[in-house]
Design a protein around this ligand. Structure first.
Ligand SMILES: NC(=O)c1ccc[n+]([C@@H]2O[C@H](COP(=O)([O-])OP(=O)(O)OC[C@H]3O[C@@H](n4cnc5c(N)ncnc54)[C@H](OP(=O)(O)O)[C@@H]3O)[C@@H](O)[C@H]2O)c1
Length: 334
């Protein structure tokens, strides 16, 4: 089958099209013919070797973390899917490889594709929608009436997180550039801060939850908009000890990760708020909940641009250069 591989880590080398053997199908796996995949900043970080410590993929490997497609074979223990089912998935972090014609995925990491979406639209969702779900539902337990700030509202995560927070009944603020003000308003944001013209920390106050996807100074300033007892969940800030435990890291790595987030945790404590790092996980059951929300019209995908499969390398470069509009970049196989 055709696939886009990382043969050597590094942005300069990029990914290369190659002919590789079909994936082996385990007893609990479904083999999916991929119709569309989407590009995430994670792909670029993996390609460039930035995540080697936590995601030590051995080259050569197939890149790609999101897919939508059709089940073409099922393992002997598969109970949840049949041949012909239309599905979507963010495969487990140890089994990536969606820039390919086929992939074998554990049945627990797969969900029925929303019937109201095209394959390309569905492929844009799993990683970012699961991230939004795990931040806002699982970690923050967002309740109606709470004030939630979603940073980078025009991004892959932001476009979905705004809609999910609104669905949960929150009052939602978001940050975005001037060009994307209308997009984030159309997704339901109640308060929009143009980060090119205004410092969000001077206009937003008494927030219950912040979803930070920028890290650095943005994360530090985010502490200031929280009310006492509030929570910042960062998907781009320094990892914490809880993440190291989740990863099964050795004691040295655990100590190193706790040290990396020491400063921000101390600052948070002084403000009587909490800091948590989130690294999203695959999960078919959560994806099923998201399928229901999409089909009920509560969440819609936002696509910036689609590329043909043969142009996967260009799609990655387009994302690397900061995209042009809002939302996700997808590659389509058919
Ligand atoms: N830890 C995890 O599990 C996890 C999961 C998913 C993503 N992530 C990380 O989270 C980050 C965002 O992911 P994504 O998929 O949403 O990326 P994305 O689609 O590339 O979106 C990034 C967005 O950031 C916006 N932006 C840039 N500077 C900004 C600023 N100062 N204030 C507000 N917005 C700003 C840009 O919008 P404008 O055009 O409006 O400037 C852009 O739309 C990436 O670093 C990714 O690796 C982590």
């Amino acid at each position: 089958m055709r696939a886009f591989m990382v043969e050597r880590y590094g942005a300069e080398t990029g990914v290369h099209a190659a002919e590789v053997p079909q994936p082996k199908v385990g007893v609990d796996d479904v083999l999916v013919r991929i119709h569309a995949a989407s590009v995430n900043p994670l792909d670029l970080k993996v390609r460039d070797g930035d995540f080697k410590v936590i995601l030590p993929y051995r080259v050569p490997f197939v890149l790609g973390n999101d897919l939508a497609g059709t089940v073409v074979e099922v393992g002997s223990a598969v109970t949840r899917f049949s041949v012909g089912d239309e599905v979507y998935s963010r495969p487990d972090k140890d089994r990536i490889g969606t820039f390919a014609e086929l992939i074998a995925v554990h049945q627990d990491d797969v969900a029925p594709k929303p019937t109201t979406l095209t394959m390309a639209e569905a492929a844009s969702l799993p990683l970012v929608a699961l991230t939004a779900w795990q931040a806002l539902v699982e970690r923050a337990h967002v309740r109606p009436g709470q004030k939630v700030l979603i940073h980078a509202g025009s991004g892959g995560v932001g476009t979905i997180a705004i809609q999910l927070a609104k669905h949960l009944g929150a009052q939602v603020a978001t940050t975005t550039s001037t060009a994307n003000l209308d997009v984030v308003k159309s997704l339901g944001a109640d308060v929009v801060v143009d980060y090119k013209r205004q410092a969000f920390e001077t206009v937003l106050h008494d927030y219950d939850v912040v979803l930070d996807s920028l890290g650095g100074e943005n994360l530090e300033k985010s502490l200031r908009v929280l009310k006492p007892g509030g929570k910042v969940i960062s998907i781009a800030g320094p990892p914490d000890a809880a993440f190291a435990r989740e990863l099964g890291a050795n004691p040295v790595l655990r100590t190193a990760m706790a040290a990396l987030s020491f400063r921000i945790r101390r600052r948070a404590r002084r403000r009587r708020v909490t800091y948590e790092f989130l690294f999203m996980q695959a999960g078919g059951d959560q994806l099923r909940e998201l399928t229901a929300l999409v089909d009920a019209g509560a969440i819609r995908p936002v696509i910036d641009r689609a590329f043909p499969f043969e142009s996967t390398r260009e799609a990655l470069e387009y994302v690397g250069k900061g995209r042009a509009k809002a939302g996700k970049v997808v590659v389509t196989m058919t």
